[in-house]
Design a protein around this ligand. Structure first.
Ligand SMILES: *[C@@H]1O[C@H](CO)[C@@H](O)[C@H](O)[C@H]1NC(C)=O
Ligand SMILES: *[C@@H]1O[C@H](CO)[C@@H](O)[C@H](O)[C@H]1NC(C)=O
Ligand SMILES: *[C@@H]1O[C@H](CO)[C@@H](O)[C@H](O)[C@H]1NC(C)=O
Ligand SMILES: *[C@@H]1O[C@H](CO)[C@@H](O)[C@H](O)[C@H]1NC(C)=O
Ligand SMILES: *[C@@H]1O[C@H](CO)[C@@H](O)[C@H](O)[C@H]1NC(C)=O
Ligand SMILES: *[C@@H]1O[C@H](CO)[C@@H](O)[C@H](O)[C@H]1NC(C)=O
Length: 215
């Protein structure tokens, strides 16, 4: 007798199918979004054109705590993250407090060096992103977007850490030699910002310290 014609077997099949389809969605609670999709995070200085409309890209997505934005870019652009609308509208960090923004990339003195930057979304609020390269021309020409980060499943344990300890001097000129895939801390940023890896490492240190204190 075919399983489908047996009510009990059919019910069991439907139950297993439902369980199977719901299991991956729990695992996929956190998502990574590639900014601009295949267009990447790029600006053409000859045409003053962005490689895609980032406002439109951002508007087509939903973002939650613990998700990452992945910027596929090069050292001709920067990635500035801020929660401060004034800084965003200025297309500049010149008047911003050091702890009011994070800068990723742009630390290289070589043009066009490939760079991949991963930015974790850790604030349930409006997040602003822009490139401050070319004295704000890139940003004014569309290298910027804002997103509203929702609560979703909340921060995962890996990101749910105490704030990073006070700022430490960034690595020296060797930073410019960092291979693609490394978030480079620009010399201009003396704030608490750093690559996600830098902050993750710092938080790891803090949790280790806390663990030592408690156990
Ligand atoms: C998202 O990106 C982060 C940072 O690069 C990485 O650690 C994580 O494994 C990625 N998650 C997925 C689902 O690709
Ligand atoms: C910028 O645009 C010009 C004109 O379309 C093109 O020739 C050039 O290759 C572009 N530059 C980059 C880096 O894509
Ligand atoms: C690009 O934009 C800047 C600032 O708006 C302007 O000075 C420059 O002439 C523009 N270049 C082109 C090719 O449109
Ligand atoms: C980019 O997309 C936004 C939202 O769809 C739209 O309002 C805006 O006019 C677009 N910008 C350009 C330069 O096309
Ligand atoms: C945003 O930055 C400006 C300086 O650029 C500062 O005056 C203002 O207090 C900041 N706003 C908040 C909410 O921190
Ligand atoms: C980076 O900027 C330099 C200087 O403006 C330019 O010559 C080069 O073509 C750019 N490279 C890319 C990949 O956009």
């Amino acid at each position: 007798m075919p399983a489908a014609s047996n009510p009990t077997a059919l019910a069991l099949f439907l139950f297993l199918a439902a369980a199977a389809s719901s299991a991956p969605s729990a695992a996929a609670a956190y998502a990574n979004y590639t900014v601009g999709g295949n267009s990447g995070w790029l600006f053409n200085e000859t045409t003053n054109a962005t490689s895609t409309n980032y406002t439109a890209w951002a508007a087509s997505q939903t973002f939650n705590l613990g998700d990452y934005l992945l910027f596929n870019t090069n050292s001709n652009q920067t990635v500035i993250q801020t929660y401060n609308l004034t800084t965003y509208q200025a297309c500049s960090v010149d008047d911003a407090d050091d702890d009011d923004f994070f800068q990723y990339g742009g630390g290289s003195d070589q043009f066009g060096q490939a760079l991949s930057v991963a930015v974790p979304l850790t604030h349930e609020s409006t997040n602003y992103f822009f490139s401050n390269a070319d004295d704000g021309v890139q940003c004014q020409s569309g290298m910027r977007f804002q997103i509203d980060v929702q609560h979703g499943s909340g921060l995962p344990p890996s990101l749910n850490q105490p704030p990073p300890p006070p700022y430490a001097t960034p690595p020296g000129p060797g930073t410019a030699e960092s291979p693609p895939g490394t978030a480079v801390n620009a010399p201009g940023n003396s704030g608490s910002g750093g690559g996600a890896g830098v902050r993750g490492a710092a938080w790891g240190g803090v949790s280790l310290l806390l663990a030592t204190l408690f156990f």
